[in-house]
Ligand binder design. Sequence first.
Ligand code: VNL
Length: 209
Amino acid sequence: MSLRYALIALLTGRPMTGYDISKSFSRSVAHVWHAPDSQIYPELKRMERDGLLAAVEVPWGTKGKKKEYHVTDAGLADFRMWVESPLQPQRQRDPAYLKAAYFEFADPASVREQLRQHQTYWEEQLGMLEATRATLLDHTHVTLAARLAKLSEREGERAVRFKVYAYDGLIARVRTELAWIADGFALLDEITGPGGGEAGAGAAVASPR
Ligand code: VNL
C-alpha cells in the first residue's frame, strides 16, 4: 500500500497529470519506492475513487482535456498519519544474497559473470543517485524546484535536508553493495586462482551438482 503514499508524496509538490506523474516519479520518488506505470495509473484511479486525490480536467493541446491530480485534504491527512506511523522493518528478500549463500552450486564462470553484471548495474545506480543528490543540493531538480516554490525558506530547507538524508542512505547502501561484490571477486580468485572461472580457464571447483 506504500505506492499510495509515494504518489501522494510526489503530488504534495504540485498537482500533475498522469503522464507528468509517471515522468516525474521515475526521476524522484522511484529512487526510494520503485513502481512501474502499470501500477501507477490504476492506483491513481483508485485513489481518486477513495477521495485521496481529486482529478481536475485541464485543457490539453488545442482540443483535448487531461486529468490533473490534486491531493485532497483527506489525502493529506492520510499521508500525515502514515508518515508518523511506526516503521515496519522489511524482512530480507534479495535474490543476490540468496544465490550468494549457495554459489557453491554454480560454475565459477557464471558467478563471475553475474557479479560483473551486478557491479555494472550498481555503478550506474551510484552515478545516478549522486547526480540526483547534487540536483537536490543546488535546487535544480525540477520536481523539487516546484515544491520549493510553494514553501518558505525554512520549510524548503527542511524538505531538502530530509531528501538529501534519504539519498545519503541510498548511496551508502550502494557503496556497501559494490564493496560486497569486490569481496565476491576476491573470494572467487581465492577459490579458483586469479581469473579462474573465466570461460576456458580450466577446471572449476568441485561443486555438489
Ligand atoms: C523530490 C524531488 C523527491 C527530487 C525526490 O526523491 C527527488 C520531491 C525522493 O520534491 O518530492 O529526487
